[in-house]
Write a protein that binds this ligand. Sequence first.
Ligand code: SAH
Ligand code: DHB
Ligand code: MG
Length: 219
Amino acid sequence: MPNSETWNAVDLFFNDRLIGHDAVLDKVQASCAAAGLPSISVAANQGRLLNLLASLVGARRILEIGTLGGYSAIWMARALPVDGRLLSLEIDPKHAEVARANLALAGLADRVEVRLGKAIDLLPAVSGPFDLVFIDADKPSNPDYFTWAMRLVRPGSVIVVDNVVRGGTVADASSTDPTVLGVRRLVDLVAAERRVAATAIQTVGSKGYDGLLIARVIG
Ligand code: SAH
Ligand code: DHB
Ligand code: MG
């Protein structure tokens, strides 16, 4: 059974050829580490996937919940046209500060706003529609964030939720872990929502064993 060493080697193989090295993103990761932020940004290949999804959907407006140091925001914002906008919500003032500096470093300060506060308190004042929503904050709130996202999208929009597998614990129906419960309840909501077509994909790699849920708004 291939292990995490193999997953990392495969990530390196593909990323080296398909993504390459990016001086800005390397600096962003270094600045996050130097500021003591947890290393829980999406992986480079996941960042590229978000970037491709933003391109595929022709995103002009993107909403992110959970900024951290701005790594995923940079990947997504790079797919925006010059007059496009990304709004990212972040509860931690230090994370928001690091993210703003990183977005400026990436030349995206004019296209991205990092708004400080608890996402659930900020969302009522957020106006859509957004073409892409990336949910990647506190996992127990995933059901609330998905409910808000559905109010802020249009037909054709895409909603992506990070970390829906968490080492496989999501399949444990008897789990009392608030993170697992948040994801399971999210999946129930998505399943009951007739306005989306959705799938979830398990991933392995430098971020361990996790996965993404991807939903497209169909009407
Ligand atoms: N999307 C980022 C990673 C986000 S990590 C990337 O891939 O680069 C999760 C972030 O959500 C952390 O910065 C954390 O502070 C933030 N967060 C946690 N709870 C939150 C809440 N209730 N409202 C807004 N942000 C929250
Ligand atoms: C955690 C959060 C994330 O968004 C992630 O991608 C990985 C881990 C966490 O809170 O542990
Ligand atoms: Mg995440």
